[in-house]
Ligand binder design. Structure first.
Ligand code: AP5
Length: 213
């Protein structure tokens, strides 16, 4: 199965993608995670991407498309995947169509996580991630068993640099201008499945699973 997870920042794409990739054996490819790993390792791509990511702007299409072109050609992508945060512009969506065509692959669904600005700000201000394994928590909604410590690997929980209110507002503007038009793009291809991203995880999970059944 090949899926795209669309939606504004903080709508819950990463949280659901991690759950489904485990239960369905799908590869979870988050462009945000890949870019942050490059930034941490100070690769050439990381050095080009850092100011965009930290300021809530989109990394130029050409860089992201090249990164995904290489990643999707790796053997583990053959078992199926969830693309979380890619594509994010019409140019990226067209490039993805071309890439999949070259590999004789088709998308099954574009799942669109719908959430209001108020909910997004509440979610992102409370988000903490594990600096070691990337597990996602929320101080109130999905807290770790021990404050500040990852349940899965014991790593320390940190706040993402782009989760401050000013940058979140910029990310929302960028989402509306650049990414929201993809809703129509995938609707036209009859691939769009919109889900209520504001629901709690245990309520949302069966809704998403029903779409994939
Ligand atoms: P990226 O990392 O993709 O960030 P994003 O799209 O802004 O999405 P988030 O990771 O913030 O949110 P999410 O929807 O995954 O929510 P989560 O599950 O964590 O991108 C970061 C940056 O990288 C971009 O700004 C850009 O610079 C660059 N970039 C990335 N892709 C790019 C591309 N294709 N092109 C160009 N640039 C690109 O949940 C949020 C919080 O809510 C958590 O605390 C979680 O615990 C909680 N939560 C989640 N679901 C629920 C629920 N159902 N109920 C209660 N709480 C929940």
């Amino acid at each position: 199965m090949r899926l795209i997870f669309l939606g504004p920042p903080g709508a819950g794409k990463g949280t659901m993608a991690k759950k489904l990739s485990k239960s369905r054996g799908l590869l979870h490819l988050s462009t945000g995670d890949l870019l942050r790993a490059n930034i941490k390792e100070k690769t050439a791509l990381g050095k080009e991407a850092v100011s965009f990511v930290e300021n809530g702007k989109l990394v130029p299409d050409q860089l992201v498309i090249e990164m995904m072109r290489h990643r999707l050609r790796e053997q583990d992508a053959r078992k199926g995947f969830i693309l979380d945060g890619f594509p994010r512009t019409t140019e990226q969506a067209k490039a993805l169509d071309g890439l999949l065509g070259e590999e004789n692959m088709k998308l099954d669904h574009a799942v669109n996580f719908d959430a209001s600005d108020g909910k997004i700000i509440e979610r992102l201000s409370g988000r903490r991630i594990c600096g070691k394994c990337g597990a996602i928590y929320h101080l109130k909604n999905i807290p770790p068993k021990q404050p500040g410590i990852c349940d899965q690997c014991g790593g320390s929980l940190v706040q993402r640099k782009d989760d401050n209110e000013e940058t979140v507002r910029r990310r929302l503007e960028v989402y509306r201008e650049e990414t929201a038009p993809l809703i129509e793009y995938y609707e036209r291809q009859n691939l769009l499945r919109t889900v209520p991203g504001e629901l709690d995880v245990h309520e949302l999970e069966p809704i998403v699973k029903k779409i994939l059944a």
